[in-house]
Design a protein. Structure first.
Length: 565
RNA sequence: UGGGGAAUAGUGUAAUGGCAGCACAAGUGACUCUGAAUCACUUAGUCUAGGUUCGAAUCCUAGUUCCCCAGCCA
């Protein structure tokens, strides 16, 4: 017998969710699911972090009773700032996730970490080492050669306890000593060759101030933070695979609660630089206006550009999660943005490159209001009135004096529809001395009010337009990729990555016209400009002049036809 | 050259011994108060070589290629 359901495939889980589901089945964590998103506050969050955020918070949300903590991994005061803490909190919240009362800081655990370090010293598994950074490196060996034991490796517990306390008390200068785990200097995994647990750093921490002058290293701190918060699945990126044995070792030696570390591949996007260090240099070297420059792949940049939280979440869901490196096509992100904005944004008529049209048979001084639909995808968005008058603007590219075969829009002697308004026919073309078209003289058919002809006459094109008398002058900023090449991070050795930058990534158009409906809209309000794309109100808008960012373009079939000719 | 990971259409991913599927991109067409949106259709894939099996993307063996690790960064 043929079962019709044979083609239905079971809903598939990515490998992380599969592990969570399996653990639930075996009751490994007594039914708990506890994840965390643990950024270091040393920069702004970007779309790569969004993948991790949506994974961690997503898993928590999908499982009854699941939790996801927001934890700042702030163990290196020399790179971290309160500004970054604030921006990260704002960005995670904006993306739509809620950590409730579980906002934590690694620095809140410094005393506990210190006590545990003392325990390891007492167990003979940690020692104070007087080697400097250079010497430590030499003693570590390399990929093929085993390391050598530090001459300080066999200090007595008593001496280690004493020296570690004095390190903490600030008796030694930066870099003079470290606390190291005593594991195995010949271990094939370099991370296990007596890794540094604490370094001396006389720096002011953004939260603990000058209380501490020794700071824990990531490998020592991270597992302890996870353990203290009773995390079940500690999800991190692939480069920490080599650190997992150390993560497990510390926790096992201490005999404390033991979460499971799981690694997944970080996100790469075509045309997009994703390294925090490089993004920082784009900001510092003023290649962009700031972390929230709309061309930046930061969450704040994308927000300002007009991307919606839902679109970013949907993107993160579509790219899935895996254990191998890949580069996602930027087009998929844009698809998610368009898909969401198409459903949610109000339509509005705007003209980016105005061409004046005079309706010669429309009475001078007269105007009228015509009803227009706000969002054909959403009836509840209602309608608005659009003013019409004798003088209008249409898009320059919507008129051609000598139209090629497949051009359907306005041309001399041709009739087209103005959306929601009337059919018009072009009778005369006015030019300046250089021969540029400056004005079109047209006539309208009063019987076609609203956009339909009672005699059933058809037109081949409908144009967007604005009334010259009522239109608002606005500035529109058009964006392209900041970088030219598919993989901007991969540049020739020694070459600055900014060599790949696209000089046309920002174009400012000061001469745009838009219907008055948008007047005084709040920053971040998103619109679809008919046929032109999605735009959003920028924070630079003033009472005198509004500024719009182009969020995404719509497909332009006519441009393709032109190219083929 | 040590250790740790990984390999499925152009791109991103499903299929956990049983019909290689989905999405993006690309292409064709329909429809349309925008040539947008929408809808329909099309193109295109299991790294290689052996083996086990009635049957292999999946299991085994060997090879190839790619990524990560020698911070007192995370």
């Amino acid at each position: 017998m043929n079962d019709k359901n044979v083609n239905e495939r079971p809903e598939s889980l990515d490998f992380v969710r599969q592990i969570v589901a399996d653990d639930l089945k075996t009751d490994k964590w007594q039914g708990r699911v506890a994840t965390r998103f643990p950024p270091e506050p040393n920069g702004y969050l970007h779309i790569g972090h969004a993948k991790s955020i949506c994974l961690n918070f997503g898993i928590a949300a999908e499982n009854p009773g699941g939790t996801c903590n927001l934890r700042f991994d702030d163990t290196n005061p020399s790179k971290e700032e309160q500004e970054y803490v604030n921006s990260i909190i704002a960005d995670v919240k904006w993306l739509g996730w809620d950590w409730q009362d579980r906002l934590f800081f690694g620095s809140d655990y410094f005393q506990q970490m210190y006590d545990w370090a003392v325990q390891l010293i007492n167990q003979g598994q940690a020692y104070v080492c007087d080697l400097n950074a250079e010497q430590t490196r030499q003693y570590r060996g390399n990929l093929t050669q085993p390391g050598q034991d530090s001459p300080y490796r066999n200090r007595s517990v008593q001496e280690n306890l004493d020296l570690f306390a004095r390190m903490k008390n600030g008796e030694f200068p930066d870099g003079s000593r470290t606390l190291r785990a005593k594991i195995d200097m010949a271990h094939p995994n370099l991370n296990m060759r007596d890794p540094v647990m604490y370094r001396i750093l006389h720096a002011t921490h953004h939260r603990t101030g000058d209380i501490w002058c020794i700071y824990p290293m990531y490998d020592w701190a991270h597992g302890l933070e996870d353990s203290l918060e009773k995390i079940t699945h500690s999800i991190c990126t692939l480069e920490f695979e080599n650190h997992r044995p150390l993560y497990d070792w510390f926790i096992d030696q201490l005999g404390i609660y033991h979460p499971q570390q799981i690694e997944f591949a970080r996100l790469n996007l075509t045309y997009t630089v994703m390294s925090k260090r490089k993004l920082l240099s784009l900001v510092q070297d003023k290649h962009v206006s700031g972390w929230d420059d709309p061309r930046m792949p930061t969450i704040s940049g994308m927000r300002r550009r007009g991307y919606s939280p839902a679109s970013i979440r949907s993107f993160c869901q579509k790219i899935s999660v895996n254990k191998f490196n890949s580069t996602v096509d930027f087009a998929l992100l844009e698809h998610c943005v368009r898909d969401d904005l198409n459903k949610t944004s109000s339509r509005v008529m705007a003209v980016l490159n105005p061409l004046k049209v005079i309706i010669t048979n429309y009475p001078e001084g007269q105007s009228e209001q015509l009803p227009a639909v706000n969002n054909p995808e959403d009836e509840s968005a209602g309608t608005r009135m659009v003013p019409f008058g004798r003088e209008l603007f249409i898009e320059q590219e919507d008129f051609m004096e000598e139209p090629p075969k497949k051009f359907f829009r306005l041309a001399p002697g041709r009739e087209v529809r103005l959306r929601y308004a009337y059919f018009i026919t072009c009778n005369e073309v006015i030019k300046d001395k250089q021969g540029n078209v400056t004005e079109l003289l047209c006539t309208y058919d009063p019987a076609t009010k609203g956009g339909d002809s009672p005699d059933g006459r058809k037109v081949k094109a409908t144009l967007h337009w604005v009334s010259a008398q009522h239109a608002l002058d606005v500035e529109v900023r058009l964006y392209d990729h900041l970088f030219n090449k598919e993989n901007p991070e991969q540049v020739e050795q020694g070459q600055d990555f900014t060599a790949n930058m696209n000089p046309d990534s920002l174009q400012i158009n000061n001469n745009c016209k838009i219907e008055p409906a948008v007047k005084n809209a709040d920053p971040l309000t998103r619109y679809q400009f008919e046929r032109l794309g999605y735009f959003c109100v920028d924070k630079d808008s003033t009472a005198e002049k509004m500024v719009f960012n182009r969020t995404a373009t719509l497909k332009d079939t006519w441009a393709k036809v032109q190219k083929q000719q």
